[in-house]
Structure formats: C-alpha cells, structure tokens
Design a protein around this ligand. Structure first.
Ligand SMILES: Cc1ncc(COP(=O)(O)O)c(C=O)c1O
Length: 718
C-alpha cells in the first residue's frame, strides 16, 4: 500500500487506542506518535517522547511535521486516579488539549479528539449527542472540558466512545482482562447492571478513517451499534473464544467500592454518526468477532513486539526461526493424548489441507524436504546412467537426490538478477540422459517456470523421452507465480516442500511432495513406507493374498497380508508433526504478511546504501520471502564478509550464506568432476551474498536493531 504523502500526528501512541491507530494508519500516512512515560518504537512510525504541556516544544514539532490530521488520544483515563488527583487530570485531559487547539488554530489541520461515554451520567442510557452532559466523575468532567476546548476550532471531530482491543502495554482492556481471567480459570464478577456500547479499536479506527475522508466536523457518539451489560460482554467473549462460561458470575457494580462514581447505563445512540457517514457501525458481537479474528491472526503478538523491543536488546537474533503459538501447542498436545501418534488421521488431514492450500490434487507428507526430493526422484524413475539438472545455488539436498538414485548431478548456472537457475543454461545442459530438472525457488521467488517448462517439453520431443520437472519449493510455500500458487504443479510434474523450523511453516522436521498425477501419488506413498503396499490392487502375488472363503463365496483377503513391491524407505511423518503442520498452515497468511512487512522495512533502509543490493523481485512472481538476501560489494565497502559476519555475531545478530555453490563442494568435485569456474555467475553471487534475519516472530525493534547494526558495522570498518 502506498502512503498518500499526508502526515498524521497521534498523541498517546503508547496507549491502547493510540498504538492501534498508528498500526491501522501506518500504510496511509506518515505517522509521528507522541508518548509520555512508556517508550514505544514501531516499524514505519516515528515516535517521540513529549510532554504535551510543554507548549513551545509541541508547537515546534507540529510546525515542522505539518500534520494534516492530529488524533488526540493522550489522556489520563484511569477513572479513580483522576478522582484522586483532579489537578493532574485537568492538566492532561484539558490543558494539553487546549495547547494543541491553540497551536493548530486557523490551520488546515483536522483534529480528532477522543472523548468518552463518561461525559453522560449513565442514568437513562441510549444517549444521543443532544442529551444533557452530566459527568459523574472527574474523568468525565475533564474529558468534557477537553471537548469544549476542541469546539473552539472548526475543523474538529469529537468522538464520545468506549473501546476495547489489544494493548501494547501491560495494562489490559476489558476484552483482554476477561480473556486472561478465563484462561487462568479465575472467577469473573460481571456487572449485570452496568451497560455500555464498547467498540473494538480497529473498528473505531475504520470509522475515524471514514470520518476524516468525509471531512466530518462536530460531536459524535461512536461505539458499537447496540449495547450490553458487562456481564453479557464477558459471556460473549467466553463464547467467541470457546471458553466455558461457568466461571462468569453476575454481580452488581454497587458492590464494588470504587473511589469514583460510575454511570450505570452508558449505552450510546450512534444514529447521528451512522447517518452522517452512511455507514453501519458494528454490533458488539461483530466487534468481538473482529477482536477474535485479529487474535487468531497473531495481532496481539505483533503489537506486543513493540513493547518488548527495548527489553530484547541483549537477545540473540538468528537468521530464521519457527513461529509457534498456543494453538500449535494445543494441536500437538491433542494428538499426544489420542490413540494414534503416527500413521493416523492427522497425516491425512495435513496432506489434504496442504494440497487444498496449494491448489494441487495430491500431497504426500514425509519426514523432511530431503526425503521428499528423494522419493520425487524415485517416482520419476531416476536411476544409474541418468542425469539430473539443478541449480548450484541451493542446499545440497537438491543435488543429493540424484546421487541417492545413482544418477549424475549436473549444474546449470543462475540468472544474475533473480539468483535462480537460468532456463537458457538448462537448455545448454539437457542431454538425452536427462531424466529430471529441479528448479529451486531460491528465497521464495519462483523460477521462470514458463520458460523452463517450454524448454524441457521441447527437449522431451527432441530426445523422445520423458523429462520430469520437480520444483524444489522448499523455500516457497505461500509464493505465487503467474498468479498461481507455487505447489500447484501448474508447470511441473511434482513439487517438493520442506517444513524445517526456518521455513514458512514447520513440523519440526518434515516435507511433502505435491502432484496432480494419481499414479505418481500412489508411487510416492509406496516409496515413503519401505515400498510396502497393503492395497490389494497393487499386489503381485494374488494367490498369497487371498484365501478361499466359505464354499461358494468370493476369496477372502488375508488380514495380515502386505507386499513389498519396490525398495522404499521409512520416510514417514508422524501425526504429532502433522497436527503442528495443519495448525501452522492456518497462520500462513499472517506469517507471509509479517515477513512482507519486514522486507518492506529492509528494502526502504538498504536500497539507499551504495555497495548494497536489495533483492530483485520478478514481476511474474510474488515471493513469500523465505530469506532476505543482500548482495554486498565488500571491496567497495572496505570490509570482508567474514569481518561483517563476525562483527554482527558479536552484536547478537546471526547472518548466513545461502549458499556455497554445490558444484564446488569437495564431494561433488571428487565424485563428479565439477570444479570452480563451472558456473561463473553463481560463483560471483556467492562472493557477495549474505542473508540477514527474517522470521515472523521478529519484533519491529529486532528489525530496527538489525538495520542499525549492519549500518554501524559498515561504518566502523569503512
Ligand atoms: C532448497 C532446499 N531444498 C531442500 C532442502 C531440504 O529440506 P529439509 O531440511 O527439510 O530436509 C532444503 C533445506 O533447507 C532447502 O533449502
């Protein structure tokens, strides 16, 4: 998404709403966020510590930053603290607002003021904007006084609201608090005499967005379109997150000795806003639904990352790492408690979901990507005397699979832009002995499969022989090529995946082969498990398999009977691993999105540095970014790769080289006569490449740290 070159200033960026708004608007605006006592740094957002009472500093920054929109979220929202310290409440809630209003007076800046449902007295409920203002406590009073300051300017929107969401700080919104209590199995006393129209922060953000676009002015109630008691709200949360609700008990707000008086029915009538924007606000159920969906997509963790960033400075950042959540753990635990931990239904389920995800007809899951490559070659019939072509820039397994079938590995040089195998180099290397071509989608970017398929099919005709195309997509689950999923085998016979922990999804160790060909599918299953079949249709010795039944009836299959019909292996994956895989697959979309965010940040920061080349992205593909590989001009930068890697390691950052060209490995040189000089472009790439950390659990702080440390290391040596 592109920013519209407009700037937004958010006060209270370390609070629940301020932070969530910054997250929501960051792709639309250049954002500057002010915090007071809780530092946050968010990727793509500038944050600054500022006391809003320091009017001259505030003025200077606003004049320099020139925001077109200010969302004023900063406030002292702790109702009892306001009651205890009305002077502070007045300073934060009124004076800071007054300062902002005076600074933007007569300017073209839209001010959005976040007010509260507490400006009403909570007696009758269903309050509309024309109802009388009668706050019961200091918090409501100071929020209303803030409104009066705001109304001195024309270009302003005031939202009286009540919200819940995922907090960046340890503080908890009502939704989070209920969830925590449910998780801990503690009793929740839900007020059945306190009503509200709370709205999910990201739903509120949408409304603010539309209101700004529509140049709305004035005072509006903005909550969910309906209301419920806090007791009912707790039940709704429990229900949506699949918790039992027996720990939730009804109680009265009167039984709680709060310092500040609270309104009992603060439900809001939102008709004015809905009419003005021609927009339907969500119901409380819909708000909770969105709150839940974001939870499932890992949003709370992403938000919490910003909080953690300062604490994480001393922690080691690897170049890649798994991303496990509670759902994964639960899925695995469920299998461990079940009857079947291997050769059971979870494997079948994982295979089905994987095939569905990739738009392929079949998937066979195995215990590693290496095993997957081996059985893919076996079903292709690779044997002694055959040749297999692959890229030199890959993990050795892509070539070892030929060797395991007693065939000869042949290496075709790479394309200098994509670092993937060059189709024209394949053309040069194909002979009448070529049985298989294995293009490797390095770092997640698909090879030019159209060109490869065309070349291979032409050569098949020329040599009157079948040449299999096996995609090594161990890096590329979730990538696209020509708008088709990698794994769909649209341009190949078979596609291989790996689920090693650094990959997009993990099963601990694991892999899979995908295909659309039923015959290949059946053979894959055979080779995965010793070459043994218990499918009667595949039996060779029927006379052993079947015994005479009772006279006159059909022969009966002997229950113990199986046949080994070929030489296979034990490459089986377990149900434990498969359950993890299925659970991880559900988050692939979110994982992909997070990786892309990190890549965008890296691209922004590294593309301006002379001597560093950021990854090229082919227009035909959409990479999942398994790796982020930078090419360094080490000579120009005056630093060697060893020096850079060592320095970064000292700073707690792991980098890696992907890969040493396989044809230069001693094993291949010794046994297949390959040598340096065979693939000059790959060798040149190898001199310059370095993968820097990229994994979805990286915090924004981690990303910033990697960028800073690389820049510093380069500066230090040059
Ligand atoms: C391109 C490529 N192919 C194959 C493999 C082998 O996969 P596994 O480690 O699951 O055996 C890997 C592993 O990293 C790989 O990167």
């Amino acid at each position: 998404m592109k920013k519209n070159n407009e700037r937004m200033l958010i006060t209270g960026v370390s609070g629940l709403l301020g932070n969530n708004l910054a997250y929501y608007f960051k792709n639309k605006y250049e954002i500057l966020g002010f915090y007071c006592s809780h530092p946050v740094s968010m990727a793509g957002i500038k944050t600054e510590k500022l006391d809003l009472l320091d009017k001259s500093s505030l003025k200077k920054i606003i004049q320099e930053f020139k925001p077109s929109v200010i969302i004023h979220c900063a406030s002292l929202a702790n109702v009892d603290r306001c009651e205890n310290d009305p002077e502070i409440a007045s300073k934060i809630n009124v004076l800071s607002t007054k300062n902002i209003v005076e600074i933007i007076a007569n300017k073209d800046t839209t001010l959005v003021y976040i007010s509260s449902d507490s400006v009403y007295d909570g007696v009758l409920g269903n309050f509309s904007e024309i109802d009388s203002i009668n706050p019961l406590n200091c918090y409501g009073r100071t929020k209303y006084e803030g409104e009066l300051e705001v109304l001195k300017e024309e270009n302003c929107i005031i939202f009286r609201t009540n919200f819940f969401g995922w907090n960046i700080q340890d503080k908890k919104s009502i939704g989070e608090w209920i969830l925590d209590e449910l998780k801990a199995g503690r009793q929740i006393k839900g007020f059945n005499d306190a009503y509200f129209s709370s709205i999910y922060t990201f739903e509120l953000a949408k409304v603010i967005d539309i209101a700004i676009q529509n140049q709305l002015h004035g005072v509006y109630n903005c909550g969910s379109a309906d209301s419920c008691s806090k007791y009912e709200f707790s039940l709704k949360i429990a229900n949506r997150f699949s918790f039992e609700s027996k720990s939730i008990v009804p109680s009265s707000i009167d039984d709680f000795p709060f310092k500040a008086k609270r309104g009992k029915n603060l439900s809001l009538n939102v008709s004015k806003l809905q009419k003005s924007l021609d927009y339907r606000l969500p119901t409380i159920d819909q708000s909770i639904d969105e709150f839940y969906k974001d939870y499932r997509c890992g949003l709370p963790k992403i938000i919490a990352q910003d909080r953690l960033e300062n604490r994480k400075e001393s922690i080691f950042i690897p170049y890649g790492k798994q991303y496990i959540d509670e759902n994964d753990i639960q899925a695995v635990a469920e299998v461990l408690r079940s009857e079947r931990i291997t050769q059971g239904p979870k494997i079948v389920e994982f295979e089905r979901k994987l095939a569905e995800y990739c738009d392929a007809r079949y998937a066979v899951a195995v215990n590693s990507g290496t095993s997957a490559l081996h059985i893919a070659c076996l079903v292709a019939g690779v044997e002694q005397g055959d040749e297999g072509i692959t890229s030199p820039i890959t993990f050795v397994a892509s070539a070892n699979c030929f060797v395991s079938c007693n065939a000869r590995p042949v290496f075709a040089d790479i394309d200098s832009k994509t670092y993937n195998i060059d189709p024209w180099e394949i053309k040069k290397k194909i002979t009448n002995k070529t049985k298989v071509v294995i293009p490797v989608h390095l770092a997640g970017q698909s090879c030019d499969m159209e060109a490869i398929q065309k070349i291979v099919r032409e050569k098949e005709k020329e040599f009157s022989t079948k040449i299999f195309i096996i995609e090594d997509a161990c890096h590329a689950l979730g990538s696209y090529y020509n708008n088709k999923k990698v794994g769909s085998c649209a341009y190949s016979d078979l596609t291989v995946m790996s689920f090693h922990p650094v990959k997009h999804i993990t099963t601990g160790e694991g892999g899979a082969v995908l295909t659309n060909d039923e015959m290949l599918y059946n053979k894959l299953k055979l080779f995965r498990s010793h070459g043994i079949t218990n499918n009667p249709k595949e039996f060779i010795y029927d006379d052993h398999a079947f015994q005479n039944g009772i006279s006159g009836s059909k022969p009966l299959l002997s229950p113990w009977y199986y046949e080994q019909v070929d030489l296979g292996y034990n490459y089986r994956i377990t149900d434990i691993q498969s359950a993890l895989g299925t659970s991880q697959l559900k988050r692939l979309h979110a994982i992909r999105k997070r990786r892309r965010e990190i890549v965008d940040t890296y691209n922004q920061d590294f593309s301006h540095i002379e001597g560093i080349q950021t990854p090229y992205e082919s227009a035909k593909g959409d990479s999942n970014f398994h790796l982020y590989i930078l090419l360094f001009d080490f000579k120009k930068l005056g630093i060697t790769r060893t020096q850079l890697m060592t320095e970064l390691k000292k700073q707690g950052i792991q980098t890696q080289v992907h890969y040493i060209p396989v044809h230069t490995q001693p094993y291949f040189q010794k046994n297949f006569g390959t040598s340096w000089g065979d693939c000059p472009i790959a060798e040149e790439y190898y001199q310059r490449c370095l993968s820097i950390p990229l994994f979805p659990a990286m915090t924004n702080g981690d990303v910033k740290r990697v960028i800073d440390k690389i820049k510093n290391a380069i500066r230090k040596w040059t």
